[in-house]
Design a protein around this ligand. Structure first.
Ligand code: ADP
Ligand code: ZN
Ligand code: ZN
Length: 818
């Protein structure tokens, strides 16, 4: 009887942990954070992470032994395990779901049961059943089979008994083999054989090679490279630089003049340049820098509220530098890493070989390498730059987290589980590490600014742009009036057109912002008012002129443009609203002699497309760039004098309680692209609604007023940061079943939570990919226990899951769903 047990986290959404038994030696060897392979169910094998080792015999079921220990030391730290626990409980999911998001998939080894013949000796086939024979025969033709292969050979699911019989008869062997997917990349390097390192011998050698010009050339190049690079010289570089071939290299190696050696290559390469000095901070930056350090003596969280181009990044750089010097790790989080090449290049200049970028699009191997470097606190990974998933790295000595553009919605992961906010989760992470966290923004989120005002966070501000550059002048253009006076050309007011012409004349660049891609979002029949709809979703299709197609932006459905209205048959389909593509075309007609480009999801799909657009702007190959909110982020260009917003109204009218806050942030951010040099930039915002409070506040840079008014609205309508929100979504193919399930759930919730349960209510798009959708909102006032409320929701969810009728209904719980 075994008396040692481990609780293991498995990457499945069933329970928090699963108990297995181990023997005494295994129990002594295992530590939390190590991986084990364990059997699960009838035939599955999973990789799990050991959560604890104990001697409490579980009651009511028989434990199974583990299959295999996969690590010699923990690959997950104790702090990470705690952080996972916090995430699972806060965001209402299982540890396994957090684990799946946290670990590079290479760590979640794939399990395949492998079956092979025990010996090549022929067997007496007459003794085998039909099934056994089929398996045996297949193994004569191939060295091994997986369980799934056998399932298809026998054309049934339960094949274990057949395998067991063959095992019993000693015809086959079974071994569970877990593949390590991670293969380190090995690189070949070249050096001079040691006997030639003395000057004398080297001289002689060069003399003997005087007529072997090619070989001599390789040697000379090697010396040159060694002097230049001060690091190992890889064979391919040497071959290239000496304009030589691999056979010349081989000859030199065969002669014993050169030696080859191999090093495991790291994916992230350092260019070899000496890091630049960090910039000297100006008076304001220096003050902020000092204030942050003082704050950090008593507080763990600080918010840096600094207008666009005030030099926040340079302040971060100085803070980072101080921590790197004392060997601490720093995590620099950005909302979307793909859009921030400029920033990465900037940081690389200062921190060279200490910087590592962690990106969910990197290959598995690259991610594993970063993981291991961070775990071992290698100096080459002391500063990690990454988007939200970088938070899951196994920091061993974290000193500081910077969350740049902290207000950005993309710090929240909506799907899949865990539906976490990376900024908030980073706050907890730094707490566990006893580290500090600095949030930065030109337009802080209401919740962070609120936290700063109520003294939960420290607050520091930078009100001036660096180098006394003025904030751009922002003007609202009333297009209702312009339409009335017939002063519109297409979607351009005369004011905007004149400004564009002026900028072009001055050889300055222009950015135009339209928060919609495609040609015109909606096609409408002017006879009957019907718009073509997506067959799978309750949403109108978007017209894309370039391919003359109608597309659904929710599910990807597409069809060719309809010639006549499907409802009434008249050929009176017309555009309603407009997207980036249409603006681009109008511009091309208006300014045929200028270079016009477009930046949106459609034009940046291909690799390097985004980088090319940035390069085009930098080299001034582009005069006017039209784009969606991609434009708003992280671009720092010297020569943009004019920013135009084609239509601010569709931002403001977005059906979301944060629409106003978001509009303010986005418009300020877009405006911030203008005039980053001595000349004051200009921003023109076209709107039907120039008296809208938010637009007024944008045009006067009045964040404080926006904050106060929005906070009042939030209070009145019971929204964050005054109330917390949990959203529960129900999805089903069958409308009435979905309806019934959500009503059942609502009623159950109301028993205790009463009027704080709202809905069920259909979202603006009530059907996506043929699934009907409805939402319940739970509002949790200050003072009501969050964990008790969640516990209550969980208990209702459990009862719900036991109702057979609702078994097909998907329930999605989203904590802090904004
Ligand atoms: P933010 O991050 O607040 O938008 P940046 O850090 O990008 O601002 O600074 C805006 C511009 O001013 C950048 O081009 C930056 O190089 C320059 N800059 C900021 N601070 C300094 C400084 N102390 N010395 C020299 N240049 C600076
Ligand atoms: Zn659709
Ligand atoms: Zn019609």
């Amino acid at each position: 009887m075994s008396l040692y047990f481990i609780d293991v986290i498995l990457p499945i959404p069933l329970k928090q942990t699963f108990t297995y038994n181990v023997n005494k030696d295994e129990a002594a060897f295992l530590k939390p954070g190590m991986r084990v392979a364990v059997p699960f169910g009838k035939s599955k094998i999973y990789t799990g992470i050991v959560n604890s080792i104990h001697r409490n015999t579980p009651q009511g079921y028989e434990t199974k032994p583990i299959d295999q220990i996969l690590d010699e030391y923990p690959i997950i730290t104790a702090i990470q395990l705690k952080h996972w626990q916090w995430m699972a409980s806060y965001y209402m999911c299982t540890l396994g779901e957090v684990m799946r998001a946290a670990l590079p998939s290479a760590f979640l080894l794939e399990s395949e049961t492998i079956i092979a013949l025990l010996s090549k000796e022929p067997q007496d086939e007459s003794k085998l059943s039909d099934d056994e024979f089929l398996v045996y025969e297949a193994l004569l033709h191939q060295p091994s089979l997986h369980i799934n292969d056998i399932r298809s050979i026998l054309d049934r699911k339960n094949v274990v008994s057949v395998i067991a019989k063959l095992l019993e008869r000693k015809i086959i062997v079974v071994h569970e083999e877990l593949y390590e997917k991670y293969i380190p990349k090995i690189k070949r390097y070249i050096k001079l054989a040691p006997e030639y390192t003395s000057e004398e011998n080297l001289k002689k050698l060069l003399e003997t090679l005087s007529r072997a010009t090619k070989q001599r050339q390789v040697l000379m190049t090697l010396f040159m490279l060694l002097a230049q690079e001060k690091k190992p010289i890889d064979s391919i570089l040497l071959q290239k630089k000496s304009e030589s071939t691999s056979s010349v290299l081989k000859t030199l190696i065969d002669k014993g003049i050169l030696e080859e050696y191999f090093i495991q290559k790291d994916r992230i390469e350092y260019t070899g340049e000496e890091p630049s000095e960090i910039k000297k901070l100006n008076k304001e930056q220096e003050k902020v820098f000092g204030d942050i350090k003082t704050l950090f003596e008593t507080k763990d969280i600080a918010l840096l509220y600094g207008v666009t181009s005030s030099g926040k990044t340079e302040v971060y750089v100085k803070l980072i530098k101080e921590l790197l010097v004392i060997g601490k790790q720093v995590l620099y989080m950005l909302p979307e890493i793909a859009l921030t090449t400029q920033l990465i290049i900037r940081l690389q200049k200062y921190f060279g070989d200490k910087i590592v970028v962690y990106h969910s699009k990197y290959s598995i191997n690259e991610r594993v390498e970063v993981w291991k470097s961070v775990l071992e606190n290698k100096s080459k990974a002391q500063l990690v730059i990454g988007a939200r998933s970088s938070l899951f790295l196994p920091f061993s000595d974290l000193g500081l987290v910077i969350v740049d553009e902290e207000h950005e919605p993309s710090f929240k992961q909506y799907s899949p589980v865990p539906r976490y906010n990376a900024r908030d989760s980073a706050v907890i992470l730094t707490k566990l590490h006893k580290a500090k966290i600095l949030l930065g923004s030109a337009t802080p989120s209401l919740e962070s600014f609120h936290n700063a005002k109520s003294d939960k966070f420290g607050l520091v501000t930078l009100k001036k742009r660096y180098g006394n550059v003025l904030l751009p002048e922002i003007e609202l253009v009333d297009i209702k009036e312009k339409y009335r006076k017939k002063r519109m050309t297409g979607h351009f007011s005369d004011t905007l057109l004149e400004a564009i012409e002026q900028s072009l004349k001055n050889k300055e660049q222009i950015i135009l912002f339209q928060n919609r891609r495609g040609y015109s979002p909606v096609i409408e029949c002017t006879t009957c008012g019907v718009s073509p709809q997506c067959p799978n979703c309750d949403v109108s299709l978007t017209y894309h002129q370039y391919k003359d197609q109608l597309r659904c932006h929710y599910c990807g459905y597409q069809e060719s443009m309809q010639i006549s209205c499907l409802a009434c048959g008249s050929e009176t389909l017309d555009n309603k609203g407009f997207g980036t593509e249409q603006i681009e075309l109008e511009l091309k007609e208006l300014f045929p002699n200028h270079h016009i480009a477009r930046m949106d999801q459609d034009t940046t799909k291909r690799k390097h497309a985004y980088a090319k657009l940035i390069e085009g702007l930098e080299n001034h190959d582009i005069d006017i760039l039209v784009g969606t909110q991609m434009l708003a982020k992280g671009l720092d260009f010297r020569n943009i004098s004019l920013v135009g917003v084609m239509n601010a109204d569709n931002l403001l009218n977005f059906p979301d309680f944060r629409a106003h806050e978001r509009s303010f942030q986005l418009l300020q951010q877009v405006a911030g692209r203008a005039g980053r040099t001595s000349k004051r930039g200009k921003v023109l915002i076209q709107t039907f609604n120039p008296n809208h409070r938010i637009l007024q506040q944008v045009s006067t840079n009045n964040y404080d007023e926006m904050f106060t008014e929005q906070m009042e609205d939030r209070y009145q309508f019971k929204y964050p940061p005054h109330f917390r929100i949990i959203k529960i979504t129900f999805k089903d193919r069958n409308f009435s079943k979905m309806q019934k399930a959500s009503l059942w759930f609502t009623q159950a919730l109301k028993i205790k939570l009463n009027e704080h349960v709202l809905g069920p209510e259909a979202p603006p798009v009530g059907r996506i990919r043929n699934l009907f959708i409805t939402n319940i909102l739970i509002k949790i006032p200050k003072g009501q226990s969050l964990s008790r409320t969640k516990g209550y929701i969980n208990s209702i969810d459990r009862s719900f899951n036991s109702i057979k009728e609702f078994s097909s209904v998907r329930v999605i719980i989203d904590v802090d769903n904004y």
